[in-house]
Every structure is written in structure tokens, then in C-alpha cells.
Design a protein. Structure first.
Length: 180
């Protein structure tokens, strides 16, 4: 029985790592295009919990690191992660830890899930923006906080809130079918 549970956990982790990759390839064309990558991260942590969710996110990042084109725009490699926006991908780790801890502590009601996703996203934005400021300054020229936020955060706030709401809606329907 224990082997079966471990195998099922590995299947979930692999399946959700693939879901994150597929969603990172789906770009919604707007003034500032965005992907469904964070939607998949929200769904992963909500459905799998923080441990398996974090594992799926780490598998996704490692796949991209070794050259599998799982990042947005079918990109991959250390160059993507070390680039100016790579901090937002690494920030998914903090997103999952904060989101998972909040859900573990307070439950998985709709408002709790929304607050957990919001707090996790703020951590991801913070880490990614600091990373952007540091890397961009080394590769081109220093930019100010407001410039970085206006390029990397402000255009994505509304789409991310919509993705949170969609993830909550879908996770509430799928959660009964996910074995813990």
C-alpha cells in the first residue's frame, strides 16, 4: 500500500509539473502578454498541498534548467533563470511555501485560498523584482523601483487576480478527486 501511495505522489508531481509547463506556453495576447503559468502554480499548490506542490514546481524549474523548453515562449536553460525575469520563476518556490503554509494553518475556504494566493504572489513579485533590479543593473543599466514595478508587476496584477479566482473555482471542483 505504501509503495502505491508513493507512486501516486510521483505521478501527481510529474503531472502538475507538466501542467505548469503547458500553461507557461499559453500566452494571452493583451497590451502586455501574459501566460497561464501562475494559474497552474496556484492550482498545483491548492490541489497537491505545499509539499507535493513544491516538488512539482521544483521539477518544472529543474526541467527548464537542464534544457527542456518548459518556460514561456518555449525557452529553457540557465540563461532564462539567470536573466532579468528569472527571479519570478524562482519566486514560485516562495509562492508555494507561503501559500501552502497559509492553507495548512487556516484551511482551504475560498477566501483563505484567495488570501494565500495573494500573499504568495506578493512574495513572488518581491523576489522577482529584486532579482530584476540586480540582474538588469549588471547587464544594462540600473533602473528604479517604480520602473521595475511598472514593467514587471503592475501590468500583471489584474490578470493574476483573475487567475487566482479561476484556480479557486477549478480547485474546488477537482479537490474531491485528488488523493492525499
Amino acid at each position: 500500500m505504501a509503495v502505491r501511495i508513493k507512486t501516486l505522489n510521483l505521478v501527481y508531481i510529474a503531472l502538475f509539473a507538466v501542467l505548469i509547463a503547458i500553461c507557461s506556453w499559453i500566452a494571452i495576447p493583451t497590451v502586455v502578454p501574459f501566460t497561464l503559468q501562475t494559474f497552474a502554480v496556484y492550482l498545483t499548490v491548492t490541489l497537491l498541498g505545499w509539499k507535493r506542490g513544491l516538488a512539482a514546481i521544483c521539477v518544472y524549474i529543474l526541467l527548464g534548467l537542464v534544457g527542456v523548453p518548459v518556460f514561456s515562449g518555449f525557452r529553457a536553460g540557465l540563461g532564462v533563470l539567470a536573466g532579468p525575469t528569472g527571479g519570478y520563476i524562482i519566486g514560485f518556490i516562495f509562492l508555494s511555501l507561503i501559500m501552502g503554509a497559509f492553507i495548512h494553518r487556516f484551511g482551504n475556504g475560498k477566501m483563505i485560498l484567495f488570501i494565500a494566493m495573494l500573499l504568495g504572489t506578493i512574495a513572488c513579485y518581491a523576489f522577482g523584482t529584486i532579482w530584476y533590479l540586480l540582474v538588469y543593473a549588471q547587464t544594462t543599466e540600473p533602473v528604479g523601483w517604480l520602473t521595475a514595478l511598472s514593467l514587471c508587476v503592475f501590468p500583471f496584477i489584474l490578470p493574476d487576480i483573475l487567475k487566482m479566482l479561476l484556480a479557486i473555482f477549478i480547485s474546488k471542483r477537482l479537490l474531491p478527486y485528488i488523493k492525499n
